[in-house]
Write a protein that binds this ligand. Structure first.
Ligand code: CO
Length: 504
C-alpha cells in the first residue's frame, strides 16, 4: 500500500473516533441523560461535530487524494481493489464536504432549522399554507446544492446519489414502475378477501414481559450482547459507538406488544450488519468499514424483521415460549392465527405505520412527488392536491387533512430530498438476497425452523456485511446474487406469503 494511503487511513481513523465519541453523547442524550443537561450536551455535540468536520475537510486529505489519483491515472501506481474502494469513499465524502460554498451550507442550516419548527406547527394545525414558503426555499437550496456537487447531472439524480451511491431517477423509476403495478394488484386481491383478526395482539402485555421477549429475540438472532445492548426510546434506533459497540433501542406499547418485538428484530438486523462489517484489518475504523448504503442497511433490518421474523418457520419452535412469556395475551391463539395477525395488511394514511405490502406504495408516492418538485414540474402550492390524488390512486384511501397527508414526514423540512427511495429499495434488496440464499443453501428453511439462525447470518456476513462500503450498492447486489436489482423477487415473495395469509 502506498504511504499516502497509509496516512489517509490514519487521518480517517481519527475522524471515525470523533464520530463514535459523538455517537456516545447522542446515545446517552436519547436514553439516560437527565432533562436539564440538554443545553450543555448540545454544546458538547456541536464541538465534537465541528472537530470531526474539520478532520474530514483537512486540506491534507485533498492533497493526498490528488497525489494518488494523479499517479494512478498516469499508470505510475496500481491500486489494490480495497485501496481503490477506500479512496473512492474518501473522495466522495471529501467532495461532499468541500464542494459546497460556505454561504450555502450556512443558509441550508439556518433555513432547515426554521422550516422544521414551522413544519411541526403546520402539521399539528393542518396548515400547509404556513409551511409552503419554507418548502419553496428548501427546494431551491437543494437545487443549488445539486448544481454545486455535479452541475452536469440532473439535480434529483445528484440528490439520490447522496443516499444511494450510483442510483438515478431513471434506474429507480424503472424498478419502482414494475413494483407499483404489482403492489396495486396484490393489494387489490387482499382487499377482496375478509380482513384477518388481530385483536389478540392488542391484549395488554406488561413492559417487563416484553423486555424479556426482546432480549430472547436478540439472542436468537445471534446479536452478541457483549458487543451491544438494548435500551428504551420513543423512536427505536441503532447507533454505532465503536467497532465492537453497536446498540439498539426499542419501544414498549403495553396494548400492542408486537411493536417492541418487531422493532427489536428490525434494529437487531441493523446492528448485525454494522457488527459484521470487516473489509480487512488495514481498513478497520475507516469509512470503508461503513455500510454500503442506507438501502442496503434497510435490507438487513427488513429481512430479519419481515422475511424471517414474520415467517412461520421462525416461530415454529419459539411460539410456545412466546405464549408463556406473553401470558395470558396469546392463550388459546394457535400459531396460524398468530401468523395471520402479525402479517395483517391494512392500507393506511401514515407511512411509518404501513405494512410491507403498502409500504412501497407510500414510498413510490414520495419518490414521484420529490422528483417533480425538484424538477419544477410540480408547484409547491399544488402539493396537497397531488398528494391526496396519489393516495387515492395507489392505496385507495381518502386523506382527511394535511397532517395525515403531505405534512406527515419530517424529511423535506430537514432539507432531505432523495432519501425516501432507500426505504423501499431495502425490501427489494432483501428479497433478492433471500432468494439467492435459499438457492445456495438448500437446507436454509429447515435450519431456520430448527432455530439455527447462524445459517442465514453466516451467508449474510460473508456476502453482504463483510465488504462494508467496498462495493457500490449496485455492484454488491451483483456480486452477492449474480444479477442486478430485480423487483420481481420481492413481489413474488409478497404473492406467496399474502396468498397464504389471505387465501388467494
Ligand atoms: Co431501519
Amino acid at each position: 500500500m502506498r504511504k499516502e494511503t497509509e496516512r489517509l487511513i490514519a487521518l480517517d481513523r481519527e475522524h471515525t473516533l470523533l464520530a463514535h465519541i459523538g455517537a456516545v453523547l447522542g446515545w446517552d442524550q436519547e436514553t439516560y441523560m437527565p432533562e436539564k443537561a440538554v443545553d450543555e450536551r448540545a454544546e458538547q455535540l456541536a464541538l465534537i461535530e465541528g472537530l470531526a468536520h474539520d478532520k474530514a475537510v483537512s486540506p491534507e486529505i485533498g492533497e493526498l487524494l490528488r497525489k494518488i489519483e494523479g499517479a494512478a491515472e498516469h499508470g505510475q501506481t496500481k491500486l489494490e481493489p480495497a485501496e481503490a474502494a477506500f479512496l473512492r469513499v474518501l473522495r466522495k465524502e471529501y467532495d461532499k464536504e468541500t464542494k459546497l460554498p460556505a454561504d450555502l451550507v450556512i443558509e441550508m442550516a439556518r433555513e432547515t432549522s426554521v422550516s422544521q419548527a414551522v413544519w411541526a406547527k403546520a402539521r399539528a394545525g393542518n396548515d400547509f399554507a404556513a409551511f409552503a414558503p419554507h418548502l419553496e426555499k428548501v427546494i431551491a437550496l437543494n437545487r443549488r446544492m445539486a448544481a454545486c456537487l455535479n452541475p452536469a447531472a440532473k439535480p434529483y439524480d445528484v440528490l439520490l446519489d447522496l443516499y444511494e451511491d450510483g442510483a438515478t431517477e431513471a434506474s429507480i423509476g424503472k424498478v419502482f414502475g414494475a413494483m407499483r403495478k404489482e403492489l396495486v394488484e396484490i393489494l387489490g386481491k387482499i382487499r377482496s378477501r375478509p380482513q384477518v383478526d388481530d385483536s389478540f395482539l392488542h391484549k395488554p402485555v406488561e413492559t417487563e414481559k416484553q423486555e424479556k421477549i426482546s432480549k430472547l429475540l436478540m439472542d436468537a438472532l445471534g446479536y452478541d450482547r457483549k458487543r451491544g445492548r438494548l435500551d428504551t426510546t420513543a423512536h427505536p434506533f441503532t447507533t454505532t459507538l465503536g467497532g465492537d459497540d453497536v446498540r439498539i433501542t426499542t419501544k414498549y406499547l403495553v396494548d400492542y406488544f408486537p411493536s417492541s418485538m418487531f422493532s427489536t428484530i428490525h434494529e437487531s438486523g441493523h446492528a448485525l450488519y454494522e457488527l459484521g462489517i470487516a473489509p480487512g484489518p488495514e481498513f478497520s475504523g475507516t469509512r470503508l468499514a461503513d455500510a454500503a448504503s442506507m438501502a442496503i442497511h434497510e435490507s438487513q433490518s427488513r429481512m430479519w424483521e419481515n422475511m424471517i421474523g414474520r415467517s412461520k418457520g421462525f416461530w415454529k419452535r419459539r411460539y410456545s415460549t412466546l405464549v408463556e412469556l406473553a401470558a395470558p395475551a396469546l392463550d388459546g391463539v394457535g400459531i396460524d392465527a398468530f401468523m395471520r395477525g402479525i402479517n395483517r395488511v391494512e392500507p393506511s394514511l401514515i407511512r411509518t405505520e404501513a405494512d410491507e405490502v403498502t409500504y412501497g406504495l407510500h414510498v413510490i408516492l414520495r419518490f414521484e412527488m420529490e422528483s417533480a418538485l425538484i424538477s419544477g414540474s410540480l408547484a409547491v402550492k399544488d402539493v396537497p392536491e397531488a398528494w391526496n390524488a396519489k393516495m387515492k390512486e395507489l392505496l385507495g384511501v381518502d386523506v382527511p387533512d394535511d397532517g395525515h397527508g403531505c405534512l406527515q414526514d419530517i424529511h423535506w423540512s430537514m432539507g432531505s430530498f432523495g432519501y425516501f427511495p432507500s426505504y423501499a429499495l431495502g425490501n427489494l434488496y432483501a428479497a433478492q438476497f433471500m432468494d439467492t440464499m435459499r438457492r445456495e443453501i438448500p437446507g436454509l428453511d429447515a435450519a431456520v425452523e430448527e432455530g439455527r439462525l447462524d445459517v442465514p447470518l453466516a451467508w449474510l456476513r460473508e456476502k453482504v456485511h463483510a465488504p462494508g462500503a467496498t462495493w457500490l450498492p449496485g455492484e454488491l447486489v451483483k456480486k452477492a446474487t449474480g444479477a442486478s436489482l430485480d423487483p420481481s423477487h420481492f413481489t413474488a415473495y409478497l404473492r406467496r406469503k399474502y396468498g397464504e395469509v389471505y387465501g388467494f
